[in-house]
Every structure is written in structure tokens, then in C-alpha cells.
Design a protein. Structure first.
Length: 129
């Protein structure tokens, strides 16, 4: 009776062993060519189809830096010309919206301060009961 190894790995003749090695090498070559082709297609698809929609870290950092710089109004003293141009352009194009928004911001802030004052008065009353 044959052992497990003899059933799965039979003894090959010298010619059979040579053919088996040649087949394995051919398979390895075809596999590596196929893998390289698949990888190339995947990377190509990534660059051509997906990359335009993905922001890089450096671009995000740059954009954040600019937004932070522009949103810090103290920088108007460091970059006065830039801030004057930006402020004038935005105000000219959106004057009515800006005035309306500023008024609404003041109304909201008034409501918030009124509520805080009422809470402080109520707290003070409860404290002295």
C-alpha cells in the first residue's frame, strides 16, 4: 500500500521531473506577467479615474493654512493690501447679504446674552433663598 506522500507526490522519472519544473516555471512567469498587468491596470485606473476627486494631504494643509490666515482678521496688519482687496471685493459683491447677516448675528448674540443674563439672575435668586 502507498503512503499519503506517494499518492500526492508520486516519484517522477527524470524526464517527468524536468517537464514538471518547466511547467511550474512557465506558470510562475505567466502569473507574474498577469499580476503586473493587473497592478498596472489598477494603478492606471486610480490615477485617471479617481485621483481628480481625491485631495492630497499637502493640498488640504495648504488650503487650511490659507483659510486660517484669511479668517484671522488680525493678519490685516501683516498683509494690509491683501485684506483691503479681499474685504472690498466681498463687500462690493455681497453687501446686502453681509449687512443682513451681521444684523442677524447681532440679534442672535443679543438673544444669547439675554438668556445668559436671565439664567444668572435666576441663579442669584436661588442662591439667596
Amino acid at each position: 500500500m502507498k503512503s499519503k506522500h506517494e499518492v500526492f507526490y508520486p516519484e517522477l522519472s527524470e524526464q517527468g521531473a524536468k517537464q514538471a519544473v518547466e511547467l511550474i516555471e512557465k506558470f510562475k512567469t505567466e502569473l507574474s506577467i498577469s499580476a503586473a498587468k493587473i497592478a498596472e491596470e489598477a494603478i492606471s485606473g486610480l490615477y485617471t479615474e479617481l485621483m481628480p476627486f481625491i485631495e492630497s494631504d499637502s493640498w488640504s494643509n495648504f488650503k487650511t493654512s490659507i483659510v486660517n490666515s484669511l479668517s484671522n482678521y488680525d493678519n490685516k496688519d501683516i498683509y494690509p493690501y491683501d485684506f483691503q482687496r479681499i474685504r472690498a471685493a466681498i463687500f462690493k459683491q455681497h453687501k446686502d447679504e453681509i449687512l443682513k447677516d451681521l444684523n442677524q448675528d447681532l440679534v442672535k448674540e443679543n438673544e444669547m446674552l439675554k438668556k445668559q443674563l436671565e439664567e444668572a439672575i435666576e441663579f442669584h435668586r436661588n442662591l439667596h433663598r
